[in-house]
Design a protein around this ligand. Structure first.
Ligand code: SAH
Length: 361
C-alpha cells in the first residue's frame, strides 16, 4: 500500500514483489548497478525489520525507495476487518485485488506466536462442517498473497515478539495449491526470510494422495497434518465428500511415506461432531486404525458454524473419547478453542461478512 510519502506509485499492474522477491529484485538491482548487497538489504527490511512500506526502509537512498515503489506493488490486499480477542488472538479479513476475501490469524500462547494462513479463496473439498467450503472454491491464492498474509500478521507483533510457528490451516486446501504455497513457505523458512524452521511449519491437508507424494518427494521439510475426521470409510464419506474417491488406506499409505521420508511426527486431525463420530466405538476404531504410528491425534471439538446443523459433543463425551485413545497408548491433544469470540475458526469471519453484505443488498 503506497504511502503519501511515495512520490512515485506503482502502476496497478506492477508486479507484486512478494510473488518472487529474488527473481524480481535480482535483475532490478543489477540494472541499477546495485548488487547482492542491495537485494539483501531489501529482503532484510521486508522479513526481519518489518517495514510497513518502502519509505520505511530508511537506510536505502530516497531515490531507490521511490523507484522500488514505482516498480513493484508491496501490498495487494487491504484489511477489511481487524479483530482482537482478549486471549491475544488477532484476526485479519483481507480483501484481495479482485474483491475476493480471505482470513488469517495470529495466535499468542505463552512465548509462541503462531500464524494461521489461507491458501485459497473458498475451498473445493466440501467438508460438511466447515465454513470455508460452503460456497465452493473461487480461486487459488498467489504466492505473493500467501506471503502477504505472513507479513501483515507479523506487523501486528510488538517489538519484543517474534513469529515462531506457521500453520497452513486457514481457508482452502493447501495441497490443491502447492505451486503457490511451496515458494511462499520457502520465504518463511529461509534464514534471510522469516527464518522459521521447517519443524515449526505445519501443512494441514484433507488427504490428497498425489500431492502428498509430491510433497514427500520434493520438499519433506514441513510437518504434515492430515484431516481424518473418521475411523472408517462409511463415516468419512458422510463428513468429507472428497473421501468418496479416496480411501483411508491410500491416505494412510501416503502419510506413512511422508513420515518415512521426512522423519517428522505426523498429526491426524479429528473434528469431533456430536452423534456422528464421537461414540466410544469410534474412538476404539480410530485407535485400531492409527496403531503403531509415530503420530499425534489432534482432536478438535466442533466449532459451531452459523446455519449448520452440527453440534459440539458434551465435555463428558469429549473426555471419554480422549480417555479411550490415551488408554490405547496414543498421543492425543485437544485443541484449545482460541479466538472463539472473533470467529477464529476458518472461514467464519469471511462468511459472516459475506452474509452481512448480502443482507444489505
Ligand atoms: N483443507 C485443510 C485445512 C483446513 S482447516 C484440511 O482439510 O486439513 C484446518 C482444520 O480445521 C481441518 O482439520 C478442518 O477440518 C478443521 N475445521 C474446519 N472447520 C471446523 C469447525 N467448524 N470446527 C472445528 N474444526 C474445523
Amino acid at each position: 500500500m503506497p504511502t503519501r510519502a511515495d512520490s512515485r506509485v506503482a502502476h496497478p499492474a506492477a508486479p507484486h514483489l512478494l510473488d518472487a522477491v529474488d527473481r524480481l529484485l535480482e535483475p532490478w538491482c543489477r540494472e541499477r548497478g546495485q548488487g547482492a548487497y542491495r537485494l539483501g538489504q531489501i529482503r532484510g527490511w521486508l522479513f526481519a525489520r518489518r517495514a510497513a512500506d518502502y519509505q520505511a526502509m530508511s537506510d536505502l537512498p530516497k531515490t531507490v525507495r521511490d523507484e522500488l515503489a514505482a516498480s513493484f506493488a508491496l501490498w495487494t490486499t487491504s484489511v477489511a476487518r481487524h479483530t482482537q480477542a482478549e486471549d491475544g488472538t488477532e484476526k485479519l479479513l483481507l480483501t484481495l485485488a479482485d474483491g475476493g476475501q480471505v482470513e488469517c490469524v495470529l495466535l499468542r500462547d505463552r512465548v509462541r506466536r503462531t500464524i494461521c494462513i489461507s491458501t485459497q479463496v473458498g475451498c473445493g473439498m466440501g467438508c460438511v462442517f466447515c465454513a470455508s467450503g460452503l460456497d465452493g472454491l473461487e480461486r487459488n491464492l498467489t504466492t505473493g498473497e500467501i506471503v502477504e498474509q505472513m507479513l501483515r500478521l507479523q506487523l501486528l507483533l510488538g517489538p519484543d515478539e517474534r513469529l515462531s510457528h506457521i500453520v497452513v490451516m486457514g481457508m482452502g486446501e493447501p495441497l490443491a495449491n502447492l505451486d503457490a504455497l511451496l515458494p511462499a513457505l520457502e520465504e518463511a523458512h529461509r534464514p534471510d526470510g522469516l527464518g522459521i524452521s521447517g519443524r515449526r511449519i505445519t501443512i494441514s491437508t484433507v488427504g490428497l494422495p498425489k500431492p502428498m507424494r509430491r510433497l514427500a518427494d520434493s520438499c519433506p521439510r514441513y510437518r504434515l497434518a492430515v484431516s481424518l475426521h473418521a475411523p472408517n470409510e462409511q463415516i468419512r464419506r458422510q463428513i468429507v465428500p472428497v473421501g468418496e474417491k479416496i480411501s483411508l488406506a491410500e491416505i494412510l499409505q501416503e502419510a506413512d511415506h511422508y513420515f518415512d521420508v521426512s522423519g517428522r511426527q505426523l498429526t491426524f486431525e479429528y473434528v469431533l461432531l456430536a452423534g456422528l463420530n464421537d461414540r466410544p466405538q469410534d474412538a476404539e476404531q480410530l485407535a485400531d486404525l492409527l496403531a503403531g504410528r509415530t503420530a499425534l491425534i489432534n482432536v478438535i471439538p466442533y466449532n459451531p458454524v452459523a446455519g449448520l446443523p452440527y453440534r459440539t459433543p458434551s465435555s463428558a463425551t469429549q473426555q471419554s473419547f480422549r480417555g479411550i485413545l490415551e488408554s490405547r497408548g496414543l498421543a492425543v491433544r485437544f485443541r484449545h478453542r482460541k479466538g472463539d469470540a472473533i470467529d477464529a475458526a476458518c472461514g467464519q469471519l469471511r462468511r459472516r461478512t459475506l452474509s452481512h453484505s448480502a443482507d444489505s443488498t
